[in-house]
Design a protein around this ligand. Structure first.
Ligand code: NAD
Ligand code: LMR
Length: 338
C-alpha cells in the first residue's frame, strides 16, 4: 500500500481534475481548537459544507482522534489533523478561512471577561501563526471575551503589518440565532422566518437586540421587550447555569459558527447580498469595533451597514453598551502593547 499521505495527494489530484472539468472549486478552512466542545460539532458541520474542499483540524489535544472520526464521513472535504504548537504552521498554510474556538469556557458565576487571562494569550499565539502562514485568510474569532479577543487579533496583525480590517470578524451569530428563536416563540411563528439584528458586542449589556427592526415587521408590548432583551443578553449565562460547571454553549454555538462561516465562504465565492451581524472594525459609532450588520464579499467585510433608526429604549441600551465595550476593547489593545 502507498503511504496515506501519498494516497491522499493522489485523491486530491483526482478531485482537482474533476473540478477543472466544470465543478466549483472549494475553500480551505482551518478550525483552531477543533477538539473542544464547539470545535468537534463545528468540524462535523464544516465537513458537511459543500463549499469546503480542505478542512484542517488543529488542537493541543485529541486532534488525531477527532480527525480520524470526521474523515470517515463521505462528504467532499479532505480532512487533516494537526496536534500541538509544532504543527500549527502546517495547519494554517494556505487557508482561506480560519475559525478560532480555542480557549477555556465559563463556569457558573463567571463573566466572559474572567476568561481574559487565559484566552488572550491563546488567541495571540494563534494569530501570530496566521500572520506567518495565511495572512490573507478571513479570520472568525469565537474565543471569549470576543469584545477583547478581536482587538487582540487586530493588534497582532497590525504589529506584523498584515492587518486588513475587512478580514477579521468576531462571531456574534449566536446572539442572532438566540434572538430569532426567542422572538419567534413570542410571536408564535417559525424561527426560520425571523431575523433580528443584534448589534454592539458579545457580553451582557453590550448585546443589543434591535427589536424595533425585526423582520417580518412586528410590535411588542413593553413587557415582551423587557423579557426578550433580558433573555437574549443572558442566553449564554442560561446555558452556563444549565450545564452547571460542564462548560458553556457548544452545540448551538457550532451551529451559529457554521452558519456564519458559510456566509463568509459564500461572500468569498462572490455571492451577492450576503449580510450577517458581526463584531468588526467599524465607524458606525465612535468605538473602533462594534457589531452590526455587515455585507460579506470576496474580500471579507465589503460594507459595514449603519444601525438604522433606534427607539428610545434602544438608544439608552446603546449608551450602556458603548461604555462597557470601550473598556473591553482597550483591555485587548493594551494586552498586546503591555
Ligand atoms: P472547550 O474547553 O470545550 O474547548 C476548547 C478547546 O480549545 C479545547 O479542545 C482545548 O484543547 C483547545 N485549546 C486550548 N488552548 C489551545 C491552543 N493554544 N491552541 C489550540 N487549541 C487550544 O471550550 P468550548 O466550549 O469549545 O469554548 C471555546 C471558547 O469559545 C470559549 O472561550 C468560550 O467562551 C467561547 N464561546 C464563544 C461563543 C461566542 O458566541 N462567540 C459561544 C460559546 C463559546
Ligand atoms: C455564549 O454566549 O453562549 C458564549 O459567549 C459562552 C458564554 O460564556 O456564555
Amino acid at each position: 500500500h502507498p503511504p496515506v499521505s501519498q494516497m491522499e495527494e493522489t485523491s486530491l489530484l483526482r478531485r482537482a481534475n474533476c473540478r477543472s472539468k466544470g465543478g466549483a472549486s472549494g475553500f480551505k478552512v482551518a478550525i483552531l481548537g477543533a477538539a473542544g466542545g464547539i470545535g468537534q460539532p463545528l468540524a462535523l458541520l464544516m465537513k458537511m459544507n459543500p463549499l469546503v474542499s480542505v478542512l484542517h483540524l488543529y488542537d493541543v489535544v485529541n486532534a488525531p482522534g477527532v480527525t480520524a472520526d470526521i474523515s470517515h464521513m463521505n462528504t467532499g472535504a479532505v480532512v487533516r489533523g494537526f496536534l500541538g504548537q509544532p504543527q500549527l504552521e502546517d495547519a494554517l498554510a494556505g487557508m482561506d478561512l480560519v475559525i478560532i474556538p480555542a480557549g477555556v469556557p465559563r463556569k457558573p458565576g463567571m463573566t466572559r471577561d474572567d476568561l481574559f487571562n487565559i484566552n488572550a494569550g491563546i488567541v495571540k499565539t494563534l494569530c501570530e501563526g496566521i500572520v506567518k502562514c495565511c495572512p490573507k485568510a478571513i479570520v472568525n474569532v469565537i474565543s471569549n471575551p470576543v469584545n477583547s479577543t478581536v482587538p487582540i487579533a487586530a493588534e497582532v496583525f497590525k504589529k506584523a503589518g498584515t492587518y486588513d480590517s475587512k478580514r477579521l470578524l468576531g462571531v456574534t451569530m449566536l446572539d442572532v440565532v438566540r434572538a430569532n428563536t426567542f422572538v419567534a416563540e413570542v410571536l408564535g411563528i417559525d424561527p426560520r422566518d425571523v431575523n433580528v439584528p443584534v448589534v454592539g458586542g458579545h457580553a451582557g449589556v453590550t448585546i443589543l437586540p434591535l427589536l424595533s427592526q425585526v423582520n417580518p415587521p412586528c410590535s411588542f408590548t413593553p413587557e415582551e421587550i423587557s423579557y426578550l432583551t433580558n433573555r437574549i443578553q443572558n442566553g449564554g449565562t442560561e446555558v452556563v447555569e444549565a450545564k452547571a460547571g460542564a462548560g458553556s454553549a457548544t452545540l448551538s454555538m457550532a451551529y451559529a459558527a457554521a452558519k456564519f462561516a458559510d456566509a463568509c465562504l459564500r461572500g468569498l465565492r462572490g455571492d451577492a447580498g450576503v449580510v450577517e451581524c458581526s463584531f468588526v472594525a467599524s465607524q458606525v459609532t465612535e468605538l473602533p469595533f462594534f457589531a452590526s450588520k455587515v455585507r460579506l464579499g470576496r474580500c471579507g467585510v465589503e460594507e459595514v451597514l449603519p444601525l438604522g433608526p433606534l427607539n428610545e429604549f434602544e438608544r439608552a441600551g446603546l449608551e450602556k453598551a458603548k461604555k462597557e465595550l470601550a473598556v473591553s476593547i482597550q483591555k485587548g489593545v493594551s494586552f498586546i502593547h503591555k
